[in-house]
Design a protein around this ligand. Sequence first.
Ligand code: CP
Ligand code: NVA
Length: 316
Amino acid sequence: MKHFIKDTDFALNEIPEIFALARNMKEQRGRHVPLALEGRTWALIFSKSSTRTRVSFEVGIRELGGYPIFLNQNDIQLGRGESIADTARVLSRYVHGLIVRTFEHSDLEELARSGSVPVVNALTDFLHPCQTYADAFTLAERWAGRNGDYLASLKGRKIAFLGDCACNVANSWILTANLFGMKICLSGPKSYTPGEEIQALSSREGHDVPFEFFEDPMEAVKGADAVYTDVWVSMGKEDEMHERIAELMPYAVTLDLFNAAKKDALFMHCLPAYVNKEVTQEVLDSPRSIIFDQAENRLHVQKAILSMLGRPAKQS
Ligand code: CP
Ligand code: NVA
């Protein structure tokens, strides 16, 4: 059973197909295209808030001919202590796939192990792979040109990630950058260095030095093709809000810092953004800010991913 739980669940040789499907979905939106999820029902189980992920998946499933069912964790028995394994086994009898946003990454892995339908990671504390695939697609759109090779356009490019370098989006960027042949430099206070878990996972996948880390943000953005930041207080970290803001303030993406990257560098943010915390309004509004293209492309790229996962298994 194919799942999309971590960025490297697709092999590099599957990426051109995902990008081609996403381009086609984008260009053909609203016109007739083969409906990959016709008659299929996918459940979204969310334990955290969401605007982009929830709406783009619900719209995407409908546009592929399927039916989404949104389940807040507290509306189902899981929220009252029913086991993850039983929930996965029961839901697998009803629906054709599960899209899950939760805290513990291991809960998502258990759900995938216990059920018998594809599981998609809609964000855990550890990873957010749908985000970084859409981000990479968004960069490729800019860099490859209309008929160019999307994957080739990403190779060797440098992304500078500033702020909380131990968060889910930073971790996913480490995996995605390594898979796609990009360079990822992160910058934040030492205590926000990417954790042992992501280093161990990268190393198991053959990347012993999967990223560069700088305490000085100016060093990290030097020569960068894109500057990326994420919210400093991720969902579940609200208790640490005050100390996080104080510690991360030197890593705010200001115009000065952004201008220290390549002169045509792009600004990226997974959103939601907090103005005058991780980024200033003038950077968000810059003509080189591609934040809303990133948000839009969640829809197209996730439709491509669902089309790949929703295919009936090949007969041997
Ligand atoms: N970027 C992202 O995943 O946004 P939501 O939390 O709104 O889904
Ligand atoms: N790191 C953020 C991403 C939000 C899309 C969080 O987990 O809240």
